[in-house]
Write a protein that binds this ligand. Structure first.
Ligand code: AMP
Ligand code: MG
Length: 267
């Protein structure tokens, strides 16, 4: 199965329903399980040295429509790493205090420290997605945010924050199934909000907004990856592999022992 490729401006993704299906060559069944376990193991080992190395922070941004699998990626993919080195933030509708600051204020406060992995479950991109589609601020305001985001992320990358952004792309039919599931299962009811249906009704509006996001804000320092997400396990494999590859490319190393430490005797 081919690796995920970062979005580039000359190949804006179409985000059609069929693009959410597993890519050609994707494993299934036992082979898929084995492939995922291998990536999870890699991730676990890389995170250990990443933490010890301490030069970089890793920020993983997860975006996607309702029921696209953001929570699932956190549970399965990030579940593979030591929780001590990982911090998850779920961004909700901004509070009154948050709204009285610039839109990046609450985001910056949650950027991970060096040596740790930060995961954003939704992010500053909501400020050019839901905010745009639902007319929460005027076009004049949100349209300037793409450049502001690129500059913010550039500043972070110059300060050793490695940024990977994943848009979990589900088809309309698959989302319908998952939302129906949430309604049918009493233990999942709490995940369902009436507003989710309003967002679903405006499918095309969100598609257009997502297309702009991943095209205008995929940069060499903070690439966007569109993940075919109709199959949970294929989605997890693709995300895990992309994160592991990025960590591996950092050529991480364990810090040298303090001088004399290796000669110490424990009595
Ligand atoms: P959930 O991820 O299902 O827990 O829902 C969180 C909700 O918060 C979603 O409906 C988001 O659209 C909304 N949200 C997150 N960030 C913002 C934002 N900056 N402005 C408005 N709504 C937001
Ligand atoms: Mg929701």
């Amino acid at each position: 199965m081919p690796k995920l490729k970062a979005v580039t401006e000359d190949h804006p993704p179409r985000l059609r329903d069929e693009d959410a299906a597993p890519p050609r060559g994707a494993p299934s069944g036992a082979a898929l399980e084995k492939a995922f376990d291998k990536q999870a193991e890699r991730l676990k080992d890389l995170q250990k040295v990443f933490y010890a190395d301490g030069r970089f922070a890793l920020l993983v941004v997860l975006q996607g429509r309702d029921a696209s699998g953001k929570d699932g990626v956190i549970k399965k993919v990030l579940g593979a790493v030591n929780p001590m080195g990982c911090e998850i933030t779920s961004f909700k509708t901004p509070s009154e205090e948050e709204r009285s600051h610039d839109f990046l204020w609450r985001i910056h406060a949650r950027v991970p420290a060096r040596g740790t992995i930060g995961v954003f479950n939704r992010s500053h991109y909501e400020d050019v997605l839901v905010v745009r589609v639902n007319d929460i601020v005027p076009r004049k305001v949100w349209s300037k945010r793409f450049d502001q985001i690129n500059e913010f992320e550039h500043m972070l990358s110059l300060n050793n924050v490695v940024i990977l952004k994943f848009m979990l792309h589900v088809s309309r039919d698959e989302q319908k199934k998952r939302l129906e599931d949430r309604l049918a299962d009493r233990t999942k009811n709490w995940k369902f909000r009436a507003g989710d249906l309003k967002d679903r009704a405006n499918w095309e509006g969100f598609t257009k907004a997502y297309r702009d996001v991943v095209t205008k804000c995929s940069t060499p320092w903070a690439p966007w990856y569109v993940v075919p997400a109709d199959d949970d396990d294929v989605r997890n494999l693709l995300v895990a592999r992309t994160i592991a590859d990025a960590l591996e490319a950092l050529e991480l190393r364990y810090p040298k022992a303090e001088k004399g430490v290796r000669e110490l005797a424990i009595t």
